[in-house]
Write a protein that binds this ligand. Structure first.
Ligand code: 9GP
Length: 829
């Protein structure tokens, strides 16, 4: 409606809607207004958090204005939109990124300087929302930035966890977990929407009946009802557009317990309230690993139910009919976590909107698209029938019905009993359970993996039966990263060196980095390149000294592995190699070893013993080496605690070598691999996940490839892998493994690392010993190349120049074309 137009509102006060107040004077004025009017602060009493909050609010005003304008324009165009359903988002600190996207970084810096304030100090105050475990949640946030940049009408739906991923501390060498109280000082970025709330039912029983008109219906009589309230955070794209991330918080439904309250049992009523709020209390800290906890299922259902109700509400509000829901929206399921949405949309359409089964199924199965992010069998979610039946009785009925129709279709197609049992949504082995990945696959119109290799393995192995049935349903979208955050924002030195050379169009088109290729061999450019890296390394050294208490010489080769700690990622492969180097130096045979700082960071799931033991091993090796005068000028080992987005932004720009050494076939994609190469690190890696495509792009000669391929890994396993033979036959391996249990590490207790030793010589399910020799040999090449500065720099420049494919802008374009069928909207300025 025209008279509701934002432009009209602004012109009525003599302002232009597109003018968001970018000048130093505007920013300074608004900042002071926030400090005095919003926070009511006297200058003498202002704390760092006040300053941060006032600045964040100043910036949020501008972000919201962008969002409001974008929303209006999306609505005018009646554009088809995307809802990105993700149980995790890892946005990282908002302030710097928003300043970058609004292009007001310098003006803000100057405005603050005039008040004798330092922008960098204020940026440091932000506590980031740790609402994800790692790659999966960070990917969701990279995609939000790219969707906003490209003008995709999109909304991200998720959970507003009160406590995010735990804070990792290292105590006596071990990981210990502390609660992440990210909301403690308030969250200036979000807008609470008390009126946008939905009721979500749990438990109880269902009752079938027939209406007066003779229509069959089912009523769900829940045991409890919980309210979900929306909290919106604006997410900016580069230069113009804004979208929102809508996170749901669980609360008690006020009316629900009046009966108890009236009876005078005040405390029981309050207790119910507390129990309701539990649902969004804490993020489960397990990546790749099913915890199978009831609360986790409740979280998943809670957020998809709120989100779907919200979408239906918006759809109807715009005067549209429900049977065109799938024409207006595509819902992307980020991994299996939100896949109960398939049953929930069916329930909403059938039970709450009186639709017939076939119509409801048509809409549902044309609405969802499913991204799989892991092949690890233990991470493919299953919910036991008994649990599902107890928490979501109506959904279990619907899943049975979906399954019986699906299996009937298979029978008609002539599939045999074995195939049908394999594909069923219900797993009959042991305790009966619902296979959520199957539900997502059956209920979606597209299924994708996250790298070419992973998508191929998904099709040929894990979901092979489905891919044969519906080949056109399966596709690939290789992951990408928000290069504006991970280069422009976090590596300003490199960003300006590049911009000086080739201009700044790379900010919206990363493929223009190709123009750097011609400077790769230029000695003057190489020198500038090297200087930038050295400055970044010096900064990281400060952080390492401060957080890990280790002094590192910035001239060393920075060899970095940062990611979740997991056996399949093989951090211990790198550690075994470090021990090997240590023993060589001790033997007086270390002259060819490049002076190296081995840097590790990453969290272990709190219940994952082996991962925690790997951290303990890293800290033990660090203690030994860093305190040994004979070795510590040549080698340093550092475990940087509490890896998060903020720290990541300081680590990637300072790395020389990126370790991507998972067993082939296990890492679905990886995204750290892209962030490192984008910042000029060379990669040592296996042919796993997106490494394959990175190597293709940068050239095999600029990549340190080692280890078995996926096929070789499988062949090794098929033939009966006996890791003990490597222990017996390879004296290097024997020496290193024996060292683990020699008592030389970790306060002299030879038993401390026995479980790791035993695991490696007895099972070694990630075939570390098999790849050990190849890894060590590659490392020798690394050392040799490091001695040749200009050749190293040349390769580093070529790596960056050829990273164009790995921007998340490209991934989002792929989703738009191959999956969503959504057109970017060209927004008015
Ligand atoms: O392990 C994958 C990682 O390889 C990938 O880069 C990331 C984003 O696609 O997802 C991770 N998967 C999970 O965290 C759980 O499925």
């Amino acid at each position: 409606e025209h008279n509701r137009s934002i432009e009209k509102y602004f012109s009525s006060i003599g302002e232009n809607a597109s003018e968001i107040g970018r000048s130093k004077a505007d920013i300074k004025k608004d900042f002071l207004h926030k400090l005095f009017y919003h926070l009511g602060r006297v200058p003498a009493l202002t704390t760092d958090n006040d300053l941060y909050t006032a600045l964040a609010l100043t910036v949020r005003d501008r972000a919201l204005r962008q969002f409001v304008r974008s929303t209006e324009q999306f609505a005018e165009k009646d554009a088809r939109g995307v809802a990105y359903f993700s149980a995790e988002f890892l946005p990282g600190p908002h302030l710097g990124n928003n300043l970058l996207n609004l292009e007001i970084m310098e003006e803000t810096r100057q405005a603050l300087a005039e008040l004798d304030l330092d922008l960098d100090h204020i940026l440091e105050q932000e506590v980031e929302p740790g609402l994800g475990n790692g790659g999966l949640g960070r990917l969701a946030s990279c995609y939000m930035n790219s969707m906003a940049t490209l003008g995709i009408p999109a909304i991200g739906y998720g959970i507003r966890y009160e406590f995010g991923i735990f804070k990792q501390e290292i105590r006596e060498g071990w990981q210990s977990e502390a609660t992440d109280k990210w909301l403690h000082y308030g969250n200036p970025w979000e807008v609470m929407r008390p009126e946008i709330s939905y009721e979500v039912k749990f438990g109880g029983r269902t009752e079938a009946g027939t209406s007066k008109e003779g229509k069959y219906f089912v009523e769900w009589h829940p045991e409890s009802v919980i309210k979900g309230t929306a909290y919106d955070t604006p997410i900016l794209g580069y230069q113009s557009n804004g979208i929102i991330m809508r996170l749901w918080k669980a609360e008690a439904v006020e009316s629900f317990d009046f009966s108890i309250y009236n009876m005078g049992d005040y405390y029981r009523a309050v207790e119910k309230k507390l129990r309701s709020e539990n649902i969004t209390k804490v993020l489960y800290p397990n990546d790749e690993n099913l915890s199978g906890k009831e609360l986790r299922l409740k979280q998943q259902y809670f957020f998809v139910s709120c989100s779907l109700q919200d979408m239906i509400h918006l759809h109807l509000l715009q005067g549209r009919r429900l049977n065109e829901f799938h024409e207006k929206f595509s819902v992307q399921l980020n991994d299996t976590h939100p896949s109960i949405a398939v049953a929930e949309l069916m329930r909403l359409l059938l039970d709450e909107h009186d639709m017939e089964w076939d119509d409801a199924w048509h809409i549902t199965s044309h609405t969802f698209a499913y991204t799989n992010h892991t092949l690890l069998p233990e991470a493919l979610e299953k919910w036991s029938i008994s649990l599902l039946g107890r928490i979501l009785p109506r959904h279990l009925e619907l899943i049975y019905e979906i399954n019986s129709r699906f299996l009937e279709e298979l029978r008609e197609k002539g599939l045999n009993g074995e195939q049908i049992a394999r594909m069923s949504l219900i797993d009959d082995h042991g305790e009966q359970a619902v296979r959520m990945a199957h539900l997502a696959t059956v209920g979606s119109y597209k299924v994708n993996g996250v790298s070419a290799l992973h998508s191929r393995l998904l099709k040929t192995q894990v979901l092979n039966d489905f891919a044969k049935l519906w080949p056109e349903k399966f596709t690939n979208v290789t992951n990408g990263v928000a290069h504006r955050r991970f280069l422009a924002l976090s590596n300003p030195r490199l960003a300006s060196l590049i911009t000086e050379k080739i201009g700044d169009q790379w900010l919206t088109d990363l493929t223009s980095f190709r123009e750097l290729e011609k400077y790769a061999g230029d000695p003057a450019f190489q020198q500038q390149w090297r200087k930038v890296k050295l400055e970044n390394k010096k900064e990281l050294c400060k952080l390492l000294a401060e957080r890990a208490g280790v002094e590192v010489d910035p001239a060393m080769l920075f060899d970095v592995q940062v990611k979740r700690i997991h056996e399949y990622k093989r951090q211990h492969l790198k550690v075994l190699h470090i021990i090997d180097l240590y023993l060589r130096i001790k033997d007086g045979k270390g002259e060819d070893i490049a002076a190296s700082a081995f840097i590790f960071a990453g969290k272990a799931a709190p219940g994952y013993f082996m991962a925690k033991l790997i951290i303990r091993l890293i800290t033990a090796v660090a203690d030994l080496i860093n305190n040994d005068e004979e070795v510590n000028r040549k080698l340093k080992v550092v475990f940087l605690p509490n890896f998060n987005v903020k720290q990541a932004q300081r680590v990637y720009p300072a790395a020389d070598l990126s370790e991507q050494i998972s067993m082939a076939g296990k890492e679905a994609s990886g995204t750290g691999n892209m962030k490192f190469a984008l910042n000029g690190a060379l990669t040592i890696g296996t042919l796993d996940g997106a490494n394959v495509e990175i190597m293709e792009e940068v050239g095999e000669e600029n990549f340190f490839l080692f280890g078995q391929t996926t096929e070789e890994v499988q062949e090794t396993k098929r033939k009966g892998y006996r890791p003990y033979e490597f222990y017996e036959e390879n004296s290097n391996i024997r020496r290193v493994l024996d060292f683990l249990v020699s008592g030389a590490l970790g306060e002299g207790d030879p038993e401390l690392f026995r479980p790791l030793f035993n695991n490696l010589v007895q099972q070694d399910q990630y075939q570390l010993l098999k790849d050990f020799r190849s890894y060590c040999e590659k490392k020798e090449e690394v050392f040799k190349l490091w001695a040749n500065e200009s050749e190293w720099d040349r390769r580093s420049i070529l790596n960056v120049a050829r990273m164009g494919k790995f921007s998340s802008d490209r991934s989002i374009r792929d989703y738009c074309e191959n999956i969503w069928n959504v057109e970017p909207v060209r927004l008015r300025d």
